[in-house]
Design a protein around this ligand. Structure first.
Ligand code: AMP
Length: 366
C-alpha cells in the first residue's frame, strides 16, 4: 500500500495497544478500523474511525472488514493463524505468518532462538507428569513451569523447587502442553525492539530495563544502563530473529541479563510492547508510529532518543493517585479510557524524562 492519506489500516484487537496505534495512524493521516469480539466501548474502538464487533473466526465479517482496509496488523500475537492467513490474501498483513506462529508457542520461539545461536535458559517440553519428573531431575535446581500458549503478565506459570510435589504442580497448570525452564538468577530484565519494513529495512530502538511487580511490568527505564556488550548482544539477537521471521512491523524481545553479562532469551512479541511506551515522548518516532509507517509502506523514521526516560504503568489501584499525577509537572499522562479500575488492570501509564540530552548525549541506536 503506497502512502496515501485516507487509506485505512485494520487493527485486530481493541485494547490500549490498538488505541495508541489509532492515535499514531491519525497523526499520519490514515484511517483505522478495529476488528475485535469486544470492539464496542473499548479503548481502541472508542476512537477508531470504524469498528467491527465479531469473532476472529467469523469469515463473513472478516471478508467485509478485508474489503474496507488497505493493510492489517494485530495488537496481540494470539490471533488465530487462519484469521491472519485469510486477511493476508486481501492486503499486507503484519507481523506475518512466521512471526505469529513462532511467537504463539514458547517451545517454538526458544527453539528458533537456540537455532540462531541465541542463548536461552535450559528448557524442556512437558506433556505429562513423568516428563516433569525427568526434566526436574535433569535440571537439578529450581525451575519455572509455564503453559506454552496464551500465558501473559506472569499468568500460567508455576515456580518449582526439587522438594515440591511435581505431580500436583503439573496438574495445577492444567495443560499437557507446557515448558519447564531453568530458574535464571538474573541481575536485570531488558527488552529490545526493532521495526522492519517489507523490504527488510530496519530501525532499532534503545533497549529498556524492566521491573516487574506481581508478574506485571511496573517500570521501564530507557535507554538501559547496561554494558555495551549486553546491548550489542540484544541488538544482534533481535535483528537475527526479525530477519529469520521475515517480520513486517515490530518485534520485541524480552531477555534476562546475568551478573556475568550474559544475555538470555526469554520470549518474543511481534507487536508494540509495554516496555516501549516511553518512546511516545522519548523517541523521534514512537513504536506505534514505526508500526504504522511499516504497514503503510512509508519509510521508517528516526528512533533518535533525547535523554533517558522512565515509564510507569498505572494499574487499577493507582487510579486514586490520578489528581496528584495529573498535577505533576514533566509527567506525560496516558490513560486508556477503560471504565472498570480493577486491581492489576492496566489503566494507563506515565512517561517522564529522568536525564536530559545534555546529561546523556543523543542516543542513536544503529
Ligand atoms: P514471561 O511470561 O515468560 O515473560 O514471565 C514473566 C516474568 O516471570 C518474567 O518477566 C520474569 O520476571 C519471570 N520469569 C519468567 N521466566 C523465568 C525464568 N526462567 N527464570 C527466572 N524468572 C523468570
Amino acid at each position: 500500500m503506497p502512502y496515501a492519506p485516507q487509506k485505512t489500516i485494520g487493527i485486530l484487537g481493541s485494547g490500549q495497544l490498538g488505541r495508541m496505534l489509532v492515535i499514531a495512524a491519525s497523526q499520519l493521516g490514515f484511517r483505522t478500523h478495529i476488528f475485535a469480539p469486544d470492539a464496542t466501548n473499548s479503548p481502541a474502538g472508542d476512537i477508531a474511525h470504524d469498528c467491527t464487533e465479531a469473532g476472529y473466526d467469523d469469515l463473513e465479517a472478516l471478508a467485509a472488514f478485508a474489503s474496507k482496509i488497505d493493510a492489517v496488523t494485530s495488537e496481540f500475537e494470539n490471533v488465530p493463524a487462519s484469521t491472519m492467513a485469510f486477511l493476508a490474501k486481501h492486503c499486507l498483513a503484519s507481523p506475518g505468518e512466521a512471526a505469529l506462529h513462532t511467537a504463539q508457542h514458547r517451545i517454538r520461539e526458544k527453539t528458533l532462538a537456540r537455532d540462531l545461536g541465541i542463548e536461552t535458559p535450559a528448557f524442556w517440553h512437558i506433556t505429562n507428569a513423568a516428563d516433569l519428573q525427568h526434566a526436574m531431575a535433569e535440571l537439578g535446581g529450581d525451575g519455572v513451569l509455564k503453559t506454552c500458549q496464551l500465558g501473559y503478565d506472569g499468568k500460567g506459570q508455576i515456580r518449582l523447587s526439587q522438594h515440591d510435589d511435581l505431580d500436583a504442580g503439573f496438574a495445577a497448570l492444567g495443560t499437557d502442553d507446557a515448558i519447564l525452564e531453568e530458574m535464571v538468577a538474573f541481575r536485570a530484565e531488558a527488552s529490545f525492539l526493532i521495526a522492519r519494513t517489507t523490504d527488510g529495512s530496519i530501525a532499532h530502538f534503545p533497549a529498556s530495563l524492566n521491573e516487574h511487580k506481581d508478574g506485571i511490568l511496573a517500570r521501564s527505564i530507557a535507554p538501559a544502563d547496561l554494558p555495551a556488550v549486553v546491548i550489542d548482544a540484544g541488538q544482534n539477537a533481535i535483528q537475527k530473529l526479525a530477519t529469520a521471521l521475515d517480520v513486517t512491523g515490530l518485534l520485541a524481545l524480552e531477555t534476562f541479563v546475568t551478573d556475568d553479562h550474559r544475555l538470555l532469551f526469554n520470549e518474543i512479541a511481534p507487536r508494540p510492547h509495554n516496555s516501549f511506551h516511553w518512546t511516545i515522548e522519548g523517541c523521534a518516532n514512537s513504536q506505534f508510529t514505526q508500526l504504522i509507517r511499516a504497514v503503510a509502506g512509508m519509510p521508517l523514521g528516526s528512533t533518535n532518543c533525547y535523554g533517558q526516560w522512565q515509564m510507569d504503568n498505572l494499574l487499577g489501584e493507582d487510579m486514586t493517585r490520578l489528581d496528584a499525577l495529573a498535577s505533576t509537572s514533566g509527567l506525560h499522562l496516558h490513560l486508556y479510557g477503560k471504565a472498570g479500575a480493577k486491581p492489576g488492570r492496566k489503566m494507563g501509564h506515565t512517561n517522564r524524562q529522568i536525564k536530559t540530552a545534555d546529561q546523556t548525549g543523543l542516543i542513536t541506536p544503529e
